[in-house]
Design a protein. Structure first.
Length: 272
């Protein structure tokens, strides 16, 4: 018998319901923000998925059977105290229709059949009958574990728990100065993924950054070595109008496909 993982934390609803297919949230959110807003965060492996009714709705007919239930093996918990669960397995619900749900996680399994190892953050919701259940939607941070940067993984284990700063997204390129580089500032907790995408530069803040207050209670990005290297490289590239990375090590500021492209460019340049 599968039990639900209950987390003894204060409920903080973000306007999300499964049955109503609503997702009222800012989709441009920093990982630290999503961690702070979530009721739970853990690393786990998807065992299987099936259409299922919410707790208490199992006998109410087909119309109530419009959710997908992931049965997940929990490997590591980052947020939320566990009350009980059975053999480290929990059930996560998500809508099957609309833009709110995350029904395709199993479909993203790799061709080499590697483990479905994910980071799950989400919310505790309550049915009209008073049953609690765990829900994940597009408002939550759900990602394949291997796609997280080392800094994001470290953030889950500590840095992201500092929730005293507001990290605010900028949804468009701002006229902050004379150059494109001025769209990115260390001195506040703003981040600009839209400009990073348009300008084809690394979103250093999302991939490597976390915000904290200093002794004067002023919030700013913490300049870790990787973040500082990424920020400086991005600024140099935008100011010079050319890629600043010239070594294989410098490509570490990128992730995934961007890193592979960077390595190929460096190798090609070194052969010239």
């Amino acid at each position: 018998m599968a039990h639900t993982l209950f987390l003894t934390i204060l409920l903080f609803f973000v306007g999300t319901t499964v049955s109503g297919q609503r997702c009222n949230c800012n989709y441009i959110s920093h990982p630290q923000t999503r961690f702070c807003q979530a009721h739970f965060a853990f690393r786990g492996s998807i065992l299987n998925a099936e259409k299922a009714a919410l707790p208490g709705d199992r006998d109410r007919g087909y119309l109530y059977n419009q959710n997908l239930r992931y049965n997940v093996s929990v490997d590591e918990i980052f947020k939320g105290e566990m009350t009980y669960m059975t053999e480290h397995v929990v059930s996560l619900f998500t809508p099957t229709g609309g833009i709110c749900g995350k029904p395709g996680l199993l479909q993203s399994q790799k061709e080499d059949n590697s483990e479905n190892d994910f980071l799950f953050t989400g919310d505790i919701a309550v049915t009209s009958q008073g049953y609690k259940y765990l829900v994940i939607t597009n408002c939550n941070w759900v990602a394949r574990w291997e796609d997280l940067t080392k800094e994001q993984q470290e953030g889950l284990n500590g840095f992201y728990s500092d929730c005293g700063c507001e990290i605010y997204p900028r949804s468009e390129a701002l006229d902050l100065g004379d150059t494109d580089a001025d769209n990115f500032q260390v001195e506040d907790c703003g981040f600009n993924p839209i400009s990073a995408s348009i300008l084809k530069v690394t979103d250093c803040e999302t991939n490597f950054g976390h915000c904290m207050e200093d002794e004067d209670q002023v919030c700013s990005w913490v300049s870790s070595p990787t973040f500082a290297e990424c920020f400086a490289s991005r600024k140099s590239r935008l100011l010079l109008g050319a890629a600043a990375v010239t070594t294989r090590k410098g490509c570490n500021i990128y992730t995934g496909k961007q890193r592979k492209k960077c390595l190929l460019k460096v190798m090609k340049a070194n052969r010239l």
